[in-house]
Design a protein around this ligand. Structure first.
Ligand code: ADP
Ligand code: ZN
Length: 726
């Protein structure tokens, strides 16, 4: 045998694609191993071996791998395959995918399982004479008769110094044992029975799955899609396979986790950004080592987990744009990744929504996805009655008070008096939309971004919703000095304040990103509302995402206008989805709910579509427009952005990027132009949109190559390639 050295390609968690290292002859590494390698003169990194070869790469001398972390690979072959697809499709590096995929503590090899200290008896107890020590011994004997004795438990109500003496004298000894940070419960409840219409939907799903890999379940709000998912989970577990259940919002995991844990017990775990890195690491290792987790309920990052035997992926609220990660790379869409993951593992994907994305709906129409619709609510609950109020008209007739029409106020009073709860939806957080000088119309803008600032009353500050920076409110207009600034428009914070005037008795809470920065805070909001401690919930789009409350009789949509008027080809679809979804929170039980929809454009084409809840006709019309103007699903989109402090540099780079695409016939370029927000954090933002008919692979490769080349010459420029922007 000749002495051949092995070479390992190692991915580092950096914006690079990795380097090749030599494997020392006394070391065993596998594809997926976590290894410690030198980089440059003085740096070291932990990275993942992505491939092994007997051939030295030509023209380079390879440094040695210095350490291997575990005897097992930290990343599976299936994960590597998926990550490599992601890097290629979303125009980023494997290093960036890895950085997002693996919990930081695992990747840096600093994760430690939680330890519990136990106590056992090792010495002669007859030597114990002192009272405190005898008391401790009594408690020990009692606890030891039940189970192994935890130190913390033993010490409850006992003397620590007596304990320390007994340890010193060799009577007690301590030992450590690994424990779990995850609060896992046993299962307690049987699986719910499906209603006849749910049963039919389930059968249809199964029939379709026999010949198709993806099924779209289009079920109206409160039709019981969750119960159908549960049955599918049960069937999949019976086949000995795992399930990934994706939800768009961390706030949803808590409600669902409780509901699912009742039947799944310790087979279920929730995975999202609200967990500590230790908890995430433990879940990752549990799956990797095939311990007990069979079902993961997760937000988008759960697609990175090392499933070994996945049989089913459920994507609930599949239309939700929050499945897409904008910042930083990888800019992936979790639904898309889930579909690829399922394809690679020969698993099935069940997409569910009351308002499917136009793309999925189109694919279902074409027969590429199976399609099942469920049009009745659970328990014969009726879909809510929707009443449109013309805000302008109400205003003229003096029938508006702040953001509320008289009609809405009246209905709120009735609902509250009947002991029902109310949800108010306003798609803007903060207090006002902006502030303005009534004399000269001056509007304060962010110093770093090209946007007006939003007034937040609680912190009494003007806040930029793009970069987060804030400033105090000027006493007088800084331009003309004549008057104090007045606030215009309204956000959730102002709604809460106004409610104190009209419903001083009622308790109201707010649900928006400002609140959901702390997990405890938004969970508190949801719990109080579920228990009926609060009567009114005011929120942004977060209240439109699958929340299930028994007692909501009334939903108010305070101002539909800014949703419908947003300049984006998806705004019609989005406005429709948001309004139907938020309406769906009303009347989920016996009594029919009411929705009061306030707008200044009651004739806008979306309003009748929401009223009729007629998805088919509305989607047909949207699809026709997308076809006429070449938008998805008829073309693929890539958005390219350049950010730079100097306008000329940004302009020149964006032009060079656009020009490499001019060779393609199938490609249309919109721009380059200023981004909607032309300046963010002191950087000028230039962009163009690429429309591609057919396969986008070669365009993506061109862009990545050109971007890398330009980055070499302009390291301070940011070049962002966003594939399938939302
Ligand atoms: P969707 O996800 O379609 O909006 P959910 O799954 O949240 O609807 O169901 C709405 C409510 O009806 C939930 O509280 C759920 O527990 C209840 N429900 C639906 N189907 C059943 C069933 N078969 N048995 C018992 N309760 C059900
Ligand atoms: Zn800003």
């Amino acid at each position: 045998m000749h002495n051949s050295t092995q070479y390992a390609h190692v991915i580092l968690p950096l914006a690079v694609n990795g380097y090749t290292y030599a494997v020392p002859s006394n070391m065993t590494v596998q594809v997926g191993s976590l290894v410690y390698v030198p980089l440059g003169k003085s740096r070291h990194y932990w990275g993942i071996v992505s491939s092994l070869s007997d051939n030295q790469p030509a023209g380079v001398t390879c440094k040695d791998i210095e350490q291997v972390a575990h005897s097992f690979p930290l990343v599976t072959a299936a994960q590597l395959q998926l990550f490599s697809w992601m890097a290629s499709y979303y125009c980023c590096t494997m290093g960036e995918v890895l950085g997002a995929a693996i919990p930081t503590l695992l990747l840096h090899h600093t994760y430690k399982p939680a330890q519990v200290t136990y106590v056992r008896l090792v010495g002669d107890t007859s030597l114990i004479k002192r009272e405190q020590q005898l008391a401790l011994l009594d408690r020990f004997n009692y606890l030891a008769s039940l189970a192994a004795v935890r130190k913390t438990e033993l010490l409850e109500g006992q003397s620590l110094s007596a304990f320390n003496t007994l340890v010193k004298n060799g009577i007690f000894a301590c030992y450590e044992q690994e424990t779990s940070r995850l609060a896992l419960l046993g299962s307690q409840q049987p699986w719910p029975d499906l209603t006849p219409s749910q049963q039919i939907a389930l059968q249809q799903i199964n029939t379709l799955f026999a010949k198709q890999d993806v099924v779209l379940l289009h079920g109206v709000t409160a039709s019981g899609k969750t119960e159908i998912y549960l049955q599918k989970i049960k069937e999949t577990l019976q086949q000995g396979k795992q399930v990934l259940y994706l939800v768009p919002e961390i706030a949803l995991t808590a409600q669902l986790e409780q509901r699912l844990q009742r039947v799944l017990g310790n087979k279920l775990v929730a995975y999202h950004s609200g967990l500590s890195d230790n908890e995430r690491s433990e879940i990752y290792l549990d799956l990797l080592q095939k311990k007990q987790i069979q079902v993961v309920l997760g937000t988008r990052s759960a697609v990175f987990l090392p499933f070994q035997n996945i049989g089913l992926i459920i994507v609930d609220e599949e239309h939700e744009p929050s499945y897409k990660q904008y910042e930083p790379a990888p800019r992936y869409h979790a639904k898309n990744v889930a579909l690829i993951m399922a394809q690679m593992a020969a698993a099935k994907t069940l997409l569910g929504s009351a308002t499917p994305s136009i793309e999925s709906y189109h694919l279902a129409q074409q027969g590429k996805y199976g399609y099942v619709s469920l049009i009745v609510r659970y328990n014969q609950a009726m879909l809510p009655n929707i009443k449109v109020i013309d805000r302008q008209d109400a205003f003229k007739k003096n029938r508006m008070k702040d953001m509320f029409s008289w009609f809405l106020l009246e209905k709120m009073t009735e609902a509250l008096q009947a002991g029902e709860q109310v949800i108010l939806f306003q798609n803007r957080r903060g207090f006002s939309s902006y502030v303005e000088c009534p004399a000269c119309n001056y509007v304060p803008k962010c110093k770093h971004c090209d946007v007006s600032l939003t007034y937040h009353k609680k912190s009494d500050k003007l806040v930029c919703h793009y970069c987060g920076c804030s400033m105090p409110v000027p006493q007088k207009c800084p331009t003309c000095g004549a008057e104090a600034l007045k606030d215009r428009g309204f956000g959730t914070e102002k709604v809460i304040e106004a409610l104190q005037n009209y419903f001083p008795e009622a308790k109201a809470d707010r649900l928006d990103v400002d609140v959901s920065r702390s997990r405890a805070q938004y969970q508190g909001v949801l719990e109080r509302f579920a228990k009926g401690e609060t009567q009114i919930l005011v929120g942004t789009q977060m209240v439109a995402k699958g929340l299930d409350f028994d007692n909501v009789g009334l939903v108010g949509i305070l101002n539909a206008d800014n949703m419908m008027n947003f300049p984006d080809f998806r705004s019609g679809e989005r406005a429709f989805q948001l309004m139907v979804q938020v309406s769906g929170r009303a009347g989920r039980r016996q009594k029919q709910g009411l929705v009061v929809l306030q707008t200044t454009q009651p004739d806008h084409y979306i309003i009748p579509a929401v009223l009729a809840q007629n998805t088919g006709a509305f989607y047909q019309q949207e699809l026709q427009e997308r076809f006429d103007f070449s938008y998805p699903p008829f073309v693929r989109l890539i958005e390219v952005q350049v950010r730079h402090k100097q306008l000329e540099v940004a302009t020149s780079l964006i032009q060079q990027l656009a020009s490499v695409l001019s060779q393609y016939q199938q490609v249309e370029i919109l721009g380059p132009s200023n981004a909607l927000i032309g300046k963010v954090q002191n950087q000028f933002v230039k962009q163009f949109l690429v429309k591609i008919k057919g396969n986008s692979q070669s365009v993506r490769m061109q862009l990545v190559q050109m971007a890398a080349q330009l980055k070499k010459q302009n390291s301070s420029a940011q070049i962002i390639i966003d594939v399938d922007p939302m």
